[in-house]
Design a protein around this ligand. Structure first.
Ligand code: SF4
Length: 332
């Protein structure tokens, strides 16, 4: 069971806990690649770095392959299994990598990771569409890196992305939303799961979920509403996390956001004069048509919620899913 599913009895601390993200070391500019180079990712090092604590890891170096080293790749064997192979020597590294990864991922999850960024295309780190060579040396983009495969299997609730996919603004924003939602989940876990805390978490994340999947959000509400005293809180938490992860995996569409924005506008509109009400409605409409970034109607709703002292709205993760300085909601 991952660290995210265990109940802790740590003393609550007022100091914010670090947002820890595992990362393929080469993406941070560390010269660990087979050729002694790196694959520095600017979003990670220049934008994200001030807000997170990295846990860098190079699986190939960790299993002792050295820098520089001969290239390795995935090859399909006669049973259809993808093997991690060093073509220059014919050495099969699958067992060595997989065994090391099983133990390493367990230790990583003890660190309360909130997410993981993997290097795309790597036979060790790649999350999807990694080249797998058949017996004739013909590649098909059908594989997952050997380390990544273990990570994804052992940490099914962890937000995991490749740096290549993070170039897509919607995927990037969704990944970071999941990372910060995980930090808040871990904070709750540190205080101990209770039904009341789960209800509070759900209340704060309801609109974040609604923008992605309304039916899934209703299922989450029913799950908590139908829980009885006989249900153990950690089991309930696990069931909630499973459904929450499924909902949060899918990035919200502009239509999903517009529905939530209309809903939130309903809380503040009745206290607004006609001009302010019209401005808010117009900004939502313009966002829906792709003429304004999401941050505009969100900022207006936050502004009115603050002026009207609408605590319920101000506590919504949807209005501040991640640090504003990341400017992830500023694209059209
Ligand atoms: S992709 Fe993974 S294994 Fe390859 S150099 Fe980067 S961290 Fe190391």
């Amino acid at each position: 069971m991952s660290a995210r599913n265990r109940v802790r009895n740590e003393a609550p601390s007022s100091a914010p806990r670090p947002v820890r993200i595992g990362v393929s070391s080469c993406l941070l500019g560390q010269k660990v690649r087979y050729d002694g180079g790196h694959k520095r990712d600017r979003f990670a090092t220049d934008v994200l770095e001030p807000f997170v604590e990295w846990v860098p890891l190079c699986p190939e170096v960790e299993i002792g392959l050295g820098i520089p080293r001969p290239t390795i790749r995935l090859e399909r064997d006669e049973n259809g299994e993808a093997r991690l192979v060093m073509p220059s020597t014919g050495e099969d590294l699958t067992g060595r990598m997989a065994q090391w990864a099983e133990e390493k991922v367990d230790r990583l999850l003890e660190l309360d990771l909130c997410g993981y960024i993997l290097k795309k295309d790597s036979p060790s780190c790649g999350m999807e569409r990694v080249k797998v060579y058949d017996r004739n040396g013909v590649p098909a983009r059908s594989g997952t890196g050997t380390f990544a495969e273990v990570l994804l299997r052992k940490a099914p609730y962890l937000a995991v992305e490749e740096e290549g996919r993070l170039n897509d603004a919607r995927l990037r924003e969704n990944f970071i939303s999941r990372v910060f939602a995980a930090r808040r989940w871990l904070d709750m876990q540190a205080e101990g799961f209770t039904r009341a805390r789960l209800m509070d978490y759900h209340a704060r994340h309801k609109f974040l979920c609604m923008a992605r999947n309304q039916a899934g959000t209703r299922r989450l509400g029913r799950l908590l509403g139908s829980a009885t005293g006989r249900d153990s809180d950690p089991l309930l938490a696990r069931a909630y996390l499973e459904e929450f992860t499924a909902v949060m995996r899918r990035p919200p569409s502009p239509k999903g956001h517009a529905n939530v924005l209309q809903h939130l506008a309903g809380y503040v509109s009745s206290s607004l004069d006609a001009a302010d009400r019209g401005e808010l409605a117009d900004s939502i409409h313009a966002y829906r048509r792709g003429l304004l970034p999401l941050v505009v109607p969100l900022t207006l709703i936050r502004h009115h919620a603050r002026r009207q002292e609408r605590t319920y709205l101000l506590e919504q993760a949807y209005l501040s899913p991640h640090p504003h300085e990341l400017m992830l909601l500023n694209h059209v």
